[in-house]
Design a protein around this ligand. Structure first.
Ligand SMILES: NC(=O)c1ccc[n+]([C@@H]2O[C@H](COP(=O)([O-])OP(=O)(O)OC[C@H]3O[C@@H](n4cnc5c(N)ncnc54)[C@H](OP(=O)(O)O)[C@@H]3O)[C@@H](O)[C@H]2O)c1
Length: 323
């Protein structure tokens, strides 16, 4: 099989396509022949060493495909099933991966391999952000950064389906048009204007009850300043770098604020949680409340280009690799 392997942390030159032996799946594993592979920002953190992993290693957490063989203890998945997964094991950037049955989801026939591979991790992330970290309700106006990105392009229609108002940020006017088309109520180009000033203006200085911030270092302080009294900052990514330490007394001074730094993997820890989150997400897709835009498609061998496009902020919606 073909597989991307990294031996050192670093730039995209660390991504090497290799021919490797396929191992038989272990007792509890399912061997999946990939039809499409998802690319996520976390893959860039893992490649660069921001989130260290054991090396040498495969990369990629998410793919969709067809079951090619199964271990002897596998009960609920059979050869030929259409399936997908998004929480590892690392090594989705490959033609095949052996994945524990507990992490494998059957893919509803209405959803294509490309849509699933491009969106499952981002969709489950959106589910836990809007429903579990903070329960967004129709009376809320929320702030969500990078709404033209992968997670953002799912979060906007999901928040709209709940009935909430969404203030989104983007890095260019082209992305602004895209986010408006996705249904975002107010879109701010934070490279041109202060999102903090705009959010306070839009909310008549009340601020928002929740700010979802995946940009990190350059936005976290202003995101805190966008919150209403007892508001919550959900810092869930570091695209611009890791957030500087927050002075706990500032949380008091700025209005008894809360801060959380969640990761999806703690919200889909059990099989029940994974099935619940994916069930909610698949329903949103099947009911057409959310559409998945695969705007960037690369061959597996072009993975470096995929990473460069995302990190240089040239992508909108989802990015996938074809094995
Ligand atoms: N905590 C979790 O469990 C979890 C799960 C999934 C994703 N995430 C996080 O959510 C974020 C979105 O993930 P994604 O895969 O959908 O990526 P993405 O949103 O498609 O890409 C990241 C976006 O961040 C924005 N950005 C702002 N400053 C940047 C900078 N200095 N360098 C690069 N990008 C910058 C860019 O949008 P603009 O040009 O519009 O600014 C870019 O398009 C990432 O930070 C990711 O780590 C967290």
């Amino acid at each position: 099989m073909k597989k991307i392997i990294i031996e050192n942390f670093g730039g995209t030159d660390t991504l090497k396509l290799k021919d490797v032996e396929i191992n038989n799946p272990k007792k509890n594993e399912v061997m999946i022949a990939h039809k499409a592979i998802g690319v996520n920002y976390i893959d860039i953190y893992q490649r660069s060493g921001t989130y260290p992993i054991n090396l040498p290693s495969g990369l990629g957490l998410e793919a969709a495909g067809i079951v090619e063989s199964i271990g002897e203890d596998v009960k609920n998945i059979k050869i030929g099933d259409r399936v997908c997964y998004c929480n590892g094991p690392l090594g989705a950037y490959a033609t095949h991966n052996n994945v524990p049955e507990q992490l494998v989801l059957k893919l509803p026939e209405e959803i294509s391999f490309s849509s699933a591979a491009g969106s499952l991790l981002k969709g489950l992330t959106t589910y836990f952000l809007l429903n579990e970290v903070f329960k967004v309700k129709k009376e809320h106006t929320i702030l969500f950064h990078a709404v033209a990105g992968g997670v953002g392009s799912i979060a906007v229609p999901w928040a709209k389906a709940i009935g909430a108002k969404i203030i989104g940020t983007v890095g260019s006017d082209e992305k602004k048009i895209y986010a408006e088309k996705k249904g975002c109520d107010h879109v701010i180009n934070y490279n041109k204007e202060s999102f903090k000033e705009k959010v306070l203006e839009i909310t008549n200085n009340d601020g928002v009850p929740v700010a979802y911030d995946s940009i990190g270092k350059v936005t976290a302080t202003d995101s805190l300043d966008c919150l209403s009294k007892r508001g919550l900052l959900v810092s869930f990514g570091n695209a611009s770098g890791i957030v500087d330490p927050i002075n706990i007394l500032d949380l008091m001074k700025k209005g008894s604020l809360y801060v959380t730094r969640p990761t999806l993997f703690d919200y889909v820890k059990t099989r029940e949680e994974l099935l619940n989150a994916s069930g909610e997400f698949f329903k949103m897709l099947i009911d057409k409340k959310i559409t998945i835009d695969i705007n960037q498609e690369f061959n597996l061998s072009e993975v470096a280009k995929a990473h460069e496009s995302i990190a240089s902020r040239n992508t909108k919606g989802m990015t996938i690799l074809m094995p």
